[in-house]
Design a protein around this ligand. Structure first.
Ligand SMILES: Cc1ncc(COP(=O)(O)O)c(C=O)c1O
Length: 393
């Protein structure tokens, strides 16, 4: 049994493409061409070159000595925070802008929560001289102001989403609406392993460079390619998908997914999708989804804009349902403490999304000789105001 996507676009019972008829031509064009385009030598050459010269890959696999000593296990940090623009998101936007060019598209749209994907999209649009429109929830525009300024400086138009919870899911709705209205010239760069097939698979393949590098780097440092555990925070699930990718079908490597419990899983203010979700359809994909008894989406909450999503990618829904992945929920409070702790122990200020992954060591115990990789998905600059207010710094 494989935990990769099957030829119909499913991960177990999750995935597929549940889309309105008006979106079918756009999605079908992408589905029928993405694998062949990705296989082209010219595509691979340009993708790899940009990851190296522009993004700054490979990112280091850093042995966190003081953090490891504190928790009595061996912790390595995969430093995606050192990617150009400050998070893993750019691995995917580089891949998708090249895809858009191969498909002959001229206009790019995107949704963003924390603003990291918006910045990464605006960045590659500037790089390639393409028009860029980013949809962003009104609430997220307020709490991620530095990233909004960055997008504008990079030449993107930021359009506020004013419906629902005015966060990521609502921004995604607006982007889908735009795509329906502009089917010919526009490519929609989705920022995570969500949405209709082929997006979850395509984004996972672009992010798979993370685990490809981990294998090589761990071999150099520890003499073996496989860690005991790979840990990542999960919003939609793209940094996690990239960190797990080459280990998915290797049962010797434990997979740990960390979700945002917000103010507590049962508080009514949470984004812990696996704990609270049931099978449903969101943004074109069958997946685990926080919903009311009659199937209306429940508004999610997390202090971190990037984890504030009521669904999760279908790969992760299957990892949860099959038991392949271990899912842990972390509250705002515990995440914030873990972020501050990493700053003090290692001199690295993580994004609040990432802080959720770091917080598990307080409760999840590992053996002394275990090798635990934490995917350090992003840096905390964008969250400085939230850290300052929270800790009265
Ligand atoms: C630094 C960082 N980590 C994690 C995430 C969550 O997204 P994903 O689950 O797709 O990696 C975000 C989303 O914006 C992010 O900015």
């Amino acid at each position: 049994m494989s935990y990769q996507v099957d030829e119909k676009g499913y991960y177990g019972e999750f995935g597929g493409a549940y889309i309105p008829e008006m979106l079918y031509p756009n999605v079908e064009e992408l589905r029928s061409r993405y694998l062949n385009i990705m296989k082209e030598e010219s595509f691979q050459k340009e993708f790899k070159e940009l990851l190296k010269e522009y993004v700054g890959r490979p990112t280091p696999l850093y042995y966190a000595k003081r953090f490891s000593e504190k928790y009595g296990t061996k912790v390595y940090l995969k430093r995606e925070d050192l990617c150009h623009t400050g998070a893993h998101k750019v691995n995917n936007t580089i891949g998708q802008i090249l895809m858009a060019q191969k498909l002959g598209k001229k206009r790019i749209i995107a949704e963003t929560g924390a603003g990291q994907h918006g910045v990464a999209t605006a960045t590659v649009c500037a790089l390639m001289g393409m028009e860029c429109i980013v949809y962003m929830g009104e609430i997220d525009i307020d709490r991620q102001a530095p990233n909004v300024a960055r997008m504008k400086m990079l030449g993107a138009t930021v359009v506020p989403a004013k419906s629902g919870s005015r966060t990521l899911k609502d921004a995604t709705n607006e982007a889908i609406r735009d795509w329906i209205n502009n089917p010919v010239d526009t490519h929609y760069i989705i920022g995570s392993v969500v949405g209709p097939h082929p997006y979850p698979d395509m984004v996972a393949r672009f992010q798979a460079v993370i685990s490809e590098e981990i294998k090589n780097q761990l071999k150099e440092k520890e003499g073996k390619e496989d860690p005991d555990f790979v840990v990542a925070c999960v919003g939609g699930g793209s940094n996690a998908a990239g960190a797990y990718y080459h280990y998915l079908d290797n049962p010797d490597v434990g997979i740990i997914a960390v979700e945002a419990a917000g103010k507590g899983v049962d508080s009514g203010e949470s984004a812990a999708t696996s704990a609270l979700g049931k099978a449903g359809i969101i943004h074109g994909s069958k997946t685990l989804l926080m919903q009311t008894g009659d199937g209306q989406i429940t508004e999610p909450y997390s202090i971190s804009a990037g984890l504030d999503y009521p669904g999760v990618g279908p790969m992760h829904a299957n990892l949860y349902a099959s038991g392949r992945g271990e899912f842990i929920s972390i509250t705002d409070e515990d995440a914030m403490k873990a972020g501050l702790e990493l700053a003090k122990l290692e001199g690295i200020i993580p994004a609040i999304e990432t802080s959720h992954a770091l917080a598990i060591f307080e409760t999840r115990k590992f053996e002394k000789d275990d090798i635990v990789i934490v995917n350090l998905s992003g840096r905390g600059d964008k969250d400085l105001n939230t850290y300052i207010e929270y800790f009265n710094l």
